[in-house]
Design a protein around this ligand. Structure first.
Ligand code: ITT
Length: 189
């Protein structure tokens, strides 16, 4: 079956494409300028999914995700993509995170909420969470976003030091995706 992915983030798209089981074809939806005005990952994922479903006129998956750092009161949270400013890139966002932490290591979690929608109808949301530690400097070159700073204790490496398959097996996005996959058939008629 075909599932449109509502994202303009190539890192997310690559992870979904690689992680999807045989039988689910993940297709990149043409970028749509959707409002992202919710106060939670769930609200933003729902908004994105419904907005893209209206444009694509088919079944759509949207992902709203981000990093919550305890020492920073949960920041950057839903503002993770624009932590260092509206047009900031991943490297600038990581630099701001390191500045805010001032050399301290900090407990943190990645959160991912996947929303499934058809035109005019929100079908379901799925949440995945992974706990880790923000390091005082970057390690590794895989992945995207905050991956080089996110240390995952059970494997003793950052997400940027893992292969894509290793990351998807434990990540917030992999967890949410697997929960969604279990329910997907029910929505595909
Ligand atoms: P779309 O809305 O088009 O999907 P986006 O990048 O703006 O793309 P979000 O609003 O959900 O998406 O922001 C997610 C940000 O959180 C992302 O840009 C990264 O900075 C961070 N992030 C989320 N998942 C991550 C992961 O697996 N590894 C590293 N950083 C991640």
């Amino acid at each position: 079956m075909r599932l449109y992915v509502a994202t303009s983030n190539p890192g997310k798209l690559a992870e979904f494409r690689r992680g999807a089981p045989a039988g689910i074809e993940m297709v990149a939806a043409e970028p749509v300028d959707c409002p992202e005005t919710g106060a939670s990952f769930e609200a933003n994922a729902r908004q994105k999914a419904l907005c893209y479903a209206a444009a694509v006129r088919d079944l759509v998956l949207a992902d709203d995700s981000g990093l919550e750092v305890d020492l920073l009161g949960g920041a950057p949270g839903i503002y993770s993509a624009r932590y260092a400013g509206e047009s900031a890139g991943d490297a600038e966002n990581r630099a701001r995170l390191l500045r805010e932490l001032g050399g301290r290591r900090a407990a943190a979690r990645f959160v991912c909420v996947i929303a499934l929608a058809r035109p005019g109808e929100l079908l379901a949301t799925f949440r995945g969470v992974v706990e880790g530690v923000i390091l005082e400097s970057e390690r590794g070159a895989e992945g995207f976003g905050y991956d080089p700073l996110f240390f995952y204790p059970p494997l003793g490496r950052t997400f940027a030091e893992m292969s894509p398959d290793e990351k998807f097996a434990c990540s917030h996005r992999g967890q949410a995706f697997r929960a969604m996959s279990e329910k997907l058939l029910a929505f595909s008629y």
